[in-house]
Structures are given as structure tokens and as C-alpha cells.
Design a protein around this ligand. Structure first.
Ligand code: COA
Length: 166
């Protein structure tokens, strides 16, 4: 049987911490469907289309993955795609309560889909999409924390590109 996992998130934008979970997850699963879902509590910087493009470009050299976006319940999408598992990264104890609640809710909604947690790599334990967006806005050097295409896009968004005419 082919083992498939959904790796869900907002990915606004994808960071190296997410990539780390995906590449390590591929050691456990035959295929990972990286899926942008809606977290109603979040207002995003990038459109869904742009987030899909950034994921596609960032993961273009990684095999056995698919990028998708879905507007409904995560467990419904997992069933639709015949995935056995939901893959989530856990960064620190502070993530635990939220992740625990979400995993239990997903289990309540559908017992067929299991949630699997991987510890986020130590290098990325302090990162998040929001903290990276905040740092870059004020000129912080975040180049090593995101894929090159995301770095370029963030600089563009915050008008940090050097003026070519000057
Ligand atoms: N490295 C670095 N940062 C990481 C990370 C990692 N490995 N894993 C997560 N993060 C960060 C993300 O960048 C994000 O940062 P931000 O809050 O600053 O944007 C944060 O941790 C958590 O985000 P994410 O993993 O994207 O989760 P989320 O809480 O935004 O997403 C959904 C939650 C979208 C999966 C959830 O709302 C969902 O399933 N929605 C669909 C509807 C549904 O089924 N709801 C019921 C669920 S119980």
C-alpha cells in the first residue's frame, strides 16, 4: 500500500522549517501532498495562488510531492485524496496545546486519518512565517531562513529591492 500524508498549513510564506519537515517526512511516506488550507484566524500577506507558486518553485527539485490548495475541512481532503495521515511539525512545547487540540478535533471528525508529528529541526525551532515577515519588514537578514524565491518575493512585497536606476 502506498503511504500518503497531507502536510497542511497556511504557508504564508513557506519557510525552510516547512521544507525540513517535508524532506524528513518523505523518509516515512511515499508521497506528501503539501496543502494550503484556510485558517480563518489568519489574514495572509500572499494570495493562495502566489503561495502555491512559491511552494512549487521552492520544492521543484523534491520528488514524490504534490502542491494543492483546498477550501474545506482538512480531514475531508485527506479522505478525498486517500491519504492515511496528516503530517505536522512541532517546534516547541508552546506548539503542543494547539497541535494536540487540532489533532484531537481531526480525530473526532474522522478516525481513519492519523496525525503524525515530527520535531522541527533545531535550526528552525524559533522561526515562523510571521516572525520572518516582521523581521524582513524592518530590514532584518532572513535570507538563510527561507527558500531563495521566497526571499526575493518578500523583498519585493516590502519594497526592499535596490532601485536598479539609482
Ligand atoms: N518550521 C517553522 N515554522 C513552522 C513550522 C516549521 N516546521 N511549522 C509550522 N510553522 C509555523 C508556520 O509558519 C506558522 O507561522 P505563523 O503563525 O507565523 O503564520 C505557524 O507555525 C503555524 O502555522 P501552520 O502550520 O501553517 O498552521 P496553521 O495554524 O496556520 O494552519 C490549518 C492550520 C490551516 C492546518 C488548519 O487551520 C486547518 O486544518 N484548516 C482547515 C479547516 C479545518 O479542517 N479545520 C479544523 C482543524 S481542527
Amino acid at each position: 500500500m502506498k503511504r500518503t500524508a497531507i502536510y497542511p498549513g497556511t504557508f504564508d510564506p513557506v519557510t525552510n522549517g516547512h521544507i525540513d519537515i517535508i524532506t524528513r517526512g518523505l523518509k516515512l511516506f511515499d508521497k506528501i501532498i503539501v496543502t494550503i488550507l484556510e485558517n480563518p484566524a489568519k489574514k495572509t500577506l500572499f494570495t493562495t495562488q502566489k503561495r502555491v507558486e512559491l511552494l512549487e518553485e521552492s520544492l521543484k527539485d523534491v520528488g514524490n510531492i504534490e502542491i494543492a490548495a483546498y477550501g474545506g475541512l482538512l480531514v475531508d481532503y485527506a479522505i478525498k485524496r486517500e491519504a492515511q495521515a496528516i503530517l505536522r511539525g512541532m517546534r516547541a512545547v508552546s506548539d503542543f496545546e494547539y497541535e494536540f487540540q487540532m489533532a484531537l478535533m481531526n480525530r473526532k471528525l474522522n478516525r481513519e486519518v492519523q496525525t503524525v508529528f515530527l520535531m522541527t529541526g533545531l535550526r528552525w525551532i524559533f522561526t515562523s512565517s510571521s516572525i520572518i515577515k516582521e523581521a524582513v519588514q524592518f530590514g532584518g537578514d532572513i535570507e538563510s531562513m527561507v527558500p531563495p524565491v521566497v526571499y526575493a518575493e518578500l523583498k519585493k512585497k516590502y519594497n526592499l529591492c535596490p532601485d536598479e536606476n539609482s
